[in-house]
Design a protein around this ligand. Structure first.
Ligand code: HMH
Length: 221
């Protein structure tokens, strides 16, 4: 039987293909990515992650089964703990702290992506929230997995790749995809289509997030 996740992947696959060949990602694995570009990415992550954690908490509020509530609450806590410490350490590798990151501020793409996620997860239905949040997990897991095969000669980049390509993150994402299939099986076609639309938007934002780092995007005004 075909799984809904495969249907959803077909929607985001084109974007994913473009992500894999983006110079940010190819630069990570061959080690040529300029450190200033990765630094920009890390600073933007410190702005994105607190809102991402809140979006996960909002998914938990929307969730329709105790197991799903627990899953999103746990992933919210994990995002706050693991990713926060990872980014504090990554910031330190650039001689930066949280105050520096705050001073640099969130770039337009970061504000746009975080706001979209929060909007859908707060104002949408549970399936809509799921559609918006799934690419955040899944694209990072697929990218991590793909990059892990090559890793990176730069230890800092190799560490980042291991975080998302590693077994623990892969298992987390597998659990969310099981939930996605379960929920989708109960939905009428129109709701599935809406779910996929949100997934396409956040997949595009995932590409844009790397591209914005590559361009070292800032407010033009
Ligand atoms: C932009 C972005 N999307 C997804 C994840 C996955 O946690 C992340 N850390 N950052």
């Amino acid at each position: 039987m075909s799984r809904f996740r495969d249907e959803l992947w077909r929607v985001v696959d084109g974007v994913y293909g473009r992500i894999l060949v983006h110079p940010f990602l190819t630069g990570l694995t061959d080690g040529t990515l300029p450190r200033e570009v990765f630094r920009h990415f890390v600073v933007q992550e410190t702005h994105f992650l607190p809102d991402y954690a809140r979006a996960l908490a909002a998914c938990g509020v929307r969730a329709t089964s105790p197991a799903a509530v627990q899953r999103f609450a746990a992933d919210c806590a994990r995002t706050v703990e693991v990713e926060h410490s990872l980014h504090v350490e990554l910031l330190a590798a650039f001689g930066l702290d949280q105050d520096d990151a705050r001073r640099i501020g969130a770039a337009p793409t970061t504000v746009g992506y975080a706001s979209y996620l929060l909007r859908v997860c707060h104002l949408g239905t549970f399936p809509e929230a799921l559609g918006a949040i799934v690419p955040c997990y899944w694209i990072y897991a697929r990218v991590g997995e793909a990059l892990l095969e090559q890793s990176s000669p730069d230890p800092l980049y190799a560490w980042w790749i291991e975080t998302y390509g590693g077994e623990h993150y892969q298992e987390t994402v597998a659990g969310v995809l099981d939930l996605l299939d379960e929920v989708a099986a109960t939905l009428p076609e129109a709701d599935r289509a809406r779910l996929c639309e949100h997934a396409l938007t956040t997949a595009r934002y995932e590409w844009l997030f790397w591209d914005a780092a590559w361009r070292r995007e800032s407010w033009p005004i």
